[in-house]
Design a protein around this ligand. Structure first.
Ligand SMILES: Cc1cc2nc3c(=O)[nH]c(=O)nc-3n(C[C@H](O)[C@H](O)[C@H](O)COP(=O)(O)OP(=O)(O)OC[C@H]3O[C@@H](n4cnc5c(N)ncnc54)[C@H](O)[C@@H]3O)c2cc1C
Length: 479
């Protein structure tokens, strides 16, 4: 496995075309915003080397008979799924942001399951290709991003009823490979990943075969452009030399980018679906099932732990920790967070091999969708309760730099102290601002799919006939 240092060295070989705030980024390792992604990814490599985290952060790969980073592991059992949940929680607790390898891990698992089924049913050799690719990625311990979200344009129109590039599609097929065009949006951490795993993001229909495409592409491939997100948090980081006073000083906020595919060549050995529209639904929905357990459910539990810790600390700083209503709010936060934890664990523990014989385990479809849906609601409530406890200062606080300003320092120290000196209160308040008044609410709502998609999956999964029978039987109704 790579060390964090080896990962950083490997990034120097990559030459991605990255733009941020209207300018080209010379080095993603040096730019203050993109560096947060690099540092978060490096931490994941470091954690995998740390004996304290070994049990959660590493796994044994039957594909290469070696210990690997769990972010590249294909789930072989229910226990593997449970470890996947624990890894998501742990990395969120340690980073306070995305670990950036979740979508890639979950996309690899969706590919392992669906390509197996495609080969069985269609006689293709996608699974063989995929396994060769997987072995290479595992051997070299490469960071993979995962990609499903197309630009989509007018959502009421099919791909061919509008600008055809709104969904990634094949524009050319040759003896050596395919050429693809389109754009992916909201791509977590892909600027600092070695590889991008691209899956279809919706169900395509007959006549839309060129859109049914899955493949892997290396970072910086000719024709790829990365346009980074730009938010108030990014601006704040970009325009300051001292990061100590930012809410999450090292790892920052969840960073994403648009990824533009301007006629990118993909050799056949990296293509894992090409035209099989009937399998596009399996591909995105199996990915979603995994991702709604791990990212939609579990990862936010780690964030929730940080929010609960911040709420209790702030209550103590303000001298209100013993107040009945504050304790009730802390209890409510724990109740919400542990319910999310339980849903993610249920999704893992009720997981099954799918398809049978593939050796790939997927989480339970109902519980993983429930985990994400509960999380979308629960996270807003956590934000609100934390916002209640911190007080208005979360959105009105002066800069911590005032503490070093001879004109204002004494005023700040005098009037912003509470049960603790102003400096501690301000630092924790800024940390809380990042959670309660920042990007996380909408981010958590849409990440792993907007809530309507979970509702539809739940409706498709629930056995209403069985429930009707139970009710009718007790009520004494015979049809
Ligand atoms: C922080 C963050 C990180 C992310 N990371 C990744 C990543 O690493 N990789 C990746 O691929 N994606 C990633 N995503 C994307 C995420 O999966 C999408 O945001 C999500 O699927 C919603 O898509 P959208 O943002 O295009 O919103 P839309 O799909 O446009 O949704 C907007 C609204 O329109 C509704 N809507 C959409 N389509 C229809 C329709 N046809 N009919 C009726 N109503 C409709 C939705 O229900 C919603 O209310 C990330 C998102 C966030 C916020």
């Amino acid at each position: 496995m790579k060390t964090a240092q080896e990962y950083l060295e490997s990034l120097k070989q990559l030459k991605p075309k990255v733009y941020l705030n209207g300018e080209k980024v010379d080095s993603i390792l040096k730019n203050p915003v993109t560096k947060t992604v690099v540092d978060a990814m490096a931490k994941i490599y470091e954690m995998a080397q740390d004996p304290k985290y070994e049990n959660i952060m590493t796994a044994y790969s039957p594909y290469i008979n070696e210990k690997i980073n769990r972010c590249l592991h294909i789930f072989q059992s229910v226990q593997d799924l449970e470890k996947r949940v624990e890894m998501a929680i742990l990395t969120s607790q340690v980073l306070g942001t995305c670990n950036y390898r979740c979508p890639g891990c979950d996309a690899l698992n969706a590919l392992a399951s669906v390509t197996y089924e495609m080969d069985k049913k269609l006689g293709t050799n996608y699974n063989k290709r995929f396994v060769e690719y997987l072995k290479w990625v595992q051997k070299n311990d490469l960071a993979c991003s995962g990609s499903l979200t197309d630009a989509k344009g007018d959502r009421s129109k099919r791909p061919k009823e509008q600008d055809p590039d709104m969904y990634i599609h094949v524009v050319e097929k040759g003896d050596d490979g395919i050429v693809v065009r389109g754009a992916r949006v909201h791509q977590s951490g892909s600027i600092a990943a070695h590889e991008h795993i691209i899956l279809p993001g919706i169900t395509f229909r007959k006549g839309e075969e060129e859109y049914a495409v899955a493949f892997a592409v290396p970072n910086g491939t000719k024709g790829l452009t990365y346009i980074c997100q730009y938010t108030p948090e990014d601006a704040e980081r970009l325009h300051t030399e001292d990061t100590y006073h930012l809410g999450n000083p090292i790892y920052g906020v969840r960073e994403t980018c648009m990824m533009i595919f301007d006629d990118v060549f993909i050799p056949w050995e990296r293509v894992f679906m090409c035209g099989e529209v009937e399998f596009t639904r399996h591909m995105w929905s199996r990915f979603a099932r995994i991702h709604r357990m791990s990212c939609g459910g579990a990862c936010k539990v780690g964030f929730g732990d940080l929010m609960i810790g911040a709420a209790q600390t702030m209550a103590e700083y303000l001298g209100v920790a013993e107040a009945y209503h504050i304790r009730e709010k802390i209890i409510e936060m724990v109740k919400i967070n542990e319910t999310l934890h339980a849903c993610a664990l249920a999704a893992a523990l009720k997981g099954t091999e799918e398809p049978e014989g593939s050796g790939v385990y997927l989480p339970d479809r109902m519980y993983s969708n429930i985990a994400k849906l509960n999380c979308a609601d629960g996270f807003w409530k956590l934000m609100a309760l934390l916002g209640d406890i911190v007080g208005g200062l979360a959105v009105t606080m002066p800069s911590e730099k005032e503490l070093k300003n001879p004109d204002t320092s004494e005023y700040i120290k005098k009037y912003l102290k509470a049960a603790v000196p102003a400096e501690k209160r301000m630092r924790m308040t800024k940390f809380i601002q990042n959670w309660s008044a920042g990007l996380h609410g909408v981010g958590t709502w849409h990440g792993a799919g907007s809530t309507q998609t979970q509702r539809l999956e739940i409706y498709r999964t629930v056995d209403l006939e069985e429930k009707k029978e139970l009710a009718k039987k007790l009520a004494g109704i015979k049809d």
